[in-house]
Design a binder for this molecule. Structure first.
Ligand SMILES: Cc1ncc(COP(=O)(O)O)c(C=O)c1O
Length: 392
């Protein structure tokens, strides 16, 4: 290994030895190609012509008026497939091809990572297996069906609580067995080194675009950037370009569940502590023996007991503020965004919107807030209709 993949005390590579060679091979490929001109040309080509980048930085005039400051939405919901996830899967597909891999393995919860992986896999001729908690296949049926229609294999995971972390466990087992021919596309900035760095690298296009777009429309940097997350791929993607711009406040919003204070939730920053989880030292919800706790969140994509190691580092350093939103606040935010701006947000994204709404009347009218709009809400429409008892 060229690097230990540490972010302060976080990160690292806590895996069985059997995976060392595969991780080393991946790190080598990443180091070799990340600054390679031809590799990046091809990456940019697919981001533009397959994914549909650059995504707009949209001035949300109705909500700006209501909230009393300037609100811009970074429209990652408009990326092909409906979320930011494709930025990373295209990058990893290119790396997998360079390494001569034939198959993709991935995990998914909201289904967006599964859809994005099969899409990129198909574009590059890689067959994809998607591990998805059985419970999530039922909550996110539309995406499970999309994966199948695209020709991906959905493997419902029946172990544990049948959610994201169980899907990651199963995908890791599959990778241990088949890593010579398969590449494991981790969908968030989590897991052992070099994954958190690779995922952040491919997602950092989001922040680069935000910076040039806001300079063009406002001539200055935003005051705040808000993003939801679990492992942090969309948040780090949006934040990374601004880490050294200390005047830009970076705000991360996690899943508060029913009530993060005394009920089940997924608020690992609010209620968790550092521990080792799925290959890395990171903030996690754990019991007295260091075992991860069961989580709950209205957003399947945030229903995960750990945060990514780089997010954990930014939190401890004081560079990133952390907040949570409850399931109830999320449902309200979903409706307000849909009705005010005509854009249906994913339940994950609605966490960031829920925090945004709390800023009403608290900022100066010239202050600029960018909200990273990580995904579209089609997958959550049925749940919202049931929860709101809407008859059509
Ligand atoms: C739309 C959307 N936003 C956010 C997330 C959270 O993932 P991350 O923290 O990697 O951005 C997910 C995960 O499934 C998602 O589908």
């Amino acid at each position: 290994m060229k690097s230990l993949g540490k972010f302060g005390k976080f990160g690292g590579m806590f895996v069985p030895e059997i995976l060392y060679t595969a991780l080393e091979e991946l790190e080598e490929a990443f180091i070799k190609f990340k600054d390679d001109e031809n590799f990046n040309k091809e990456f940019q080509y697919y981001l533009k012509n397959f994914a549909g980048r650059e995504t707009p930085l949209y001035f949300a005039k109705n909500l700006s008026k209501k909230l009393g400051f300037k609100l811009y939405l970074k429209r990652e919901d408009l990326v092909h497939g409906g979320s930011h996830k494709l930025n990373n899967t295209i990058g990893q597909a290119l790396l997998a091809k360079k390494m001569g891999k034939k198959h993709f393995i991935t995990e998914t919860a909201a289904g967006q990572q599964g859809v994005a992986t099969v899409m990129a896999g198909n574009a590059f001729g890689l067959k994809t297996k998607v591990f998805m908690g059985l419970k999530d296949t039922k909550r996110q049926t539309l995406n499970a069906e999309r994966i199948k229609l695209l020709g991906g294999e959905v493997i419902p995971v029946t172990r544990g609580h049948q959610v994201l972390k169980d899907a990651v466990d199963e995908a890791l087992v599959e990778w241990i067995v088949n890593n010579e021919t398969s590449h494991y596309v981790i969908g968030s900035a989590v897991g052992p080194h070099p994954y958190p760095t690779i995922v952040r690298h491919f997602q950092s296009i989001i922040g680069k675009e935000i910076k040039s777009q806001i300079m063009e429309s406002e001539g200055k940097l935003p005051n705040k950037i808000i993003a939801c997350g679990s492992g942090g791929s969309n948040a780090l993607g949006a934040f990374y370009e601004f880490i050294d711009d200390e005047e830009v406040e970076l705000i991360f919003v996690e899943g508060g569940g029913k009530n993060a204070v005394d009920e089940k939730h997924a608020a690992a920053f609010f209620k968790g502590s550092p521990g080792v989880f799925q290959g890395a030292m990171t903030y996690m919800l754990q019991d007295e023996f260091g075992m991860d706790s069961k989580t709950e969140s209205r957003a399947t994509g945030l229903n995960y007991p750990a945060r990514g190691p780089e997010l954990s580092y930014l939190k401890d350093k004081g560079r990133m503020k952390t907040e949570y939103a409850t399931d109830e606040e999320v449902l309200v935010a979903f409706q307000i965004m849909s009705k005010e701006e005509g854009i249906l947000p994913a339940f994950e994204t609605s966490h960031a919107i829920a925090y945004l709404l709390k800023l009403e009347g608290k900022l100066d009218k010239d202050e600029i807030v960018v909200l990273n709009f990580s995904g579209r809400g089609d997958k959550d429409v049925q749940s919202a209709i049931n929860l709101l008892d809407i008859k059509v």
